[in-house]
Ligand binder design. Structure first.
Ligand SMILES: Nc1nc2c(c(=O)[nH]1)N[C@H]1C(S)=C(S)[C@@H](COP(=O)(O)O)O[C@H]1N2
Ligand SMILES: [Mo]
Length: 264
């Protein structure tokens, strides 16, 4: 309830300031400004949808109190993509990073982290659950993915959202045998994408994401296990099938035997 209200109020506030900012800002390209305007136009509709789900409490992952936040949030999998390109982004504080929203959408978009920081934010304190047997409670802040997808105009034929990440993961013998290397990627259903707790997150416990936790942008899809929480996201692609991507099972770990729907 508190969450629904804070989302609404902040959405209204940010939409107001954001629209003004949009009128005076000339730094970004016309297409980017059009994309930002579209996102702000969708805030009211999206807030109504999100509020219904939040009030019904159906299908929500449990949320915790600030006092429950783990003193240390363990990092896992890739701790630093460590490619030349990624290291250059770190050096320039990710100002040239772009998140592409593409595939089966009416309005493809390319957003910078700064663009995303100007959008209505939502924070939630949730428990992360890794198949390796550890959990951690943290507060995530980001923009609801549903808001971005509403603005992008998802085709009715789209069924999945695919996230492509900047890291190439080799895997470790300690985690079930030597894994074949591959670009990390993940996918979720449209329903999970529009769930009000599904965020493109840029902060953990009130601080900008650090490299080990997925800077500059990562997914939070709170009703599923840790490996679905894609870090270092470079693109979001709407599709009707992921059969032709990598091993065809919808994710790096799925291609290596894990379940696609990793419900907690
Ligand atoms: N890009 C990318 N995302 C990833 C991984 C990874 O190796 N690369 N590991 C996954 C796994 S198994 C877990 S448990 C979480 C860990 O997130 P954290 O490092 O912020 O704790 O990220 C998930 N997302
Ligand atoms: Mo994990």
């Amino acid at each position: 309830m508190a969450d629904a209200l804070s989302l609404t109020r902040r959405a209204a506030l940010v939409a107001g300031f954001g629209a003004a900012g949009y009128l005076v800002a000339n730094a970004t390209s016309i297409t980017q400004n059009a994309a930002m305007a579209r996102i702000f136009e969708g805030v009211e509709d999206w807030t109504r949808v999100a509020q219904r789900t939040l009030q019904s409490k159906n299908g929500l992952a449990p949320e915790y109190r600030p006092a429950d936040i783990s003193p240390v949030f363990k990092a896992n999998g890739t701790l630093n993509p460590n490619t030349n390109a990624y290291n250059a982004h770190v050096a320039s504080n990710f100002q040239n990073w772009r998140l592409a929203i593409k595939g089966m959408v009416q309005n493809p978009m390319s957003l910078s982290p700064a663009d995303i920081h100007r959008l209505p934010a939502k924070s939630q304190i949730t428990k992360h659950d890794c198949v390796e047997g550890w959990t951690a409670i943290g507060m995530w802040t980001g923009v609801p993915l549903g808001l971005l997808l509403t603005a992008a105009g998802v085709s009715p034929r789209a069924r999945y959202v695919v996230f492509r990440c900047a890291d190439n993961l080799t895997g470790e013998p300690a985690k079930g045998g030597e894994q074949s290397p591959g670009q990390y990627y993940e996918s979720i259903s449209i329903d999970d994408a529009f769930h009000p707790q599904t965020l493109i997150a840029y902060a953990l416990n009130g601080h900008p994401l650090d490299v080990q936790h997925g800077a500059p942008l990562r997914l939070r899809v709170e009703r599923q296990l840790g490996y679905k929480q894609a870090k270092y996201i470079e693109s979001i692609e709407m599709t009707d099938s992921f059969a032709s991507i990598a091993g065809g099972k919808g994710g790096y770990w799925e291609d290596r035997g894990y379940e696609w729907y990793a419900g907690i």
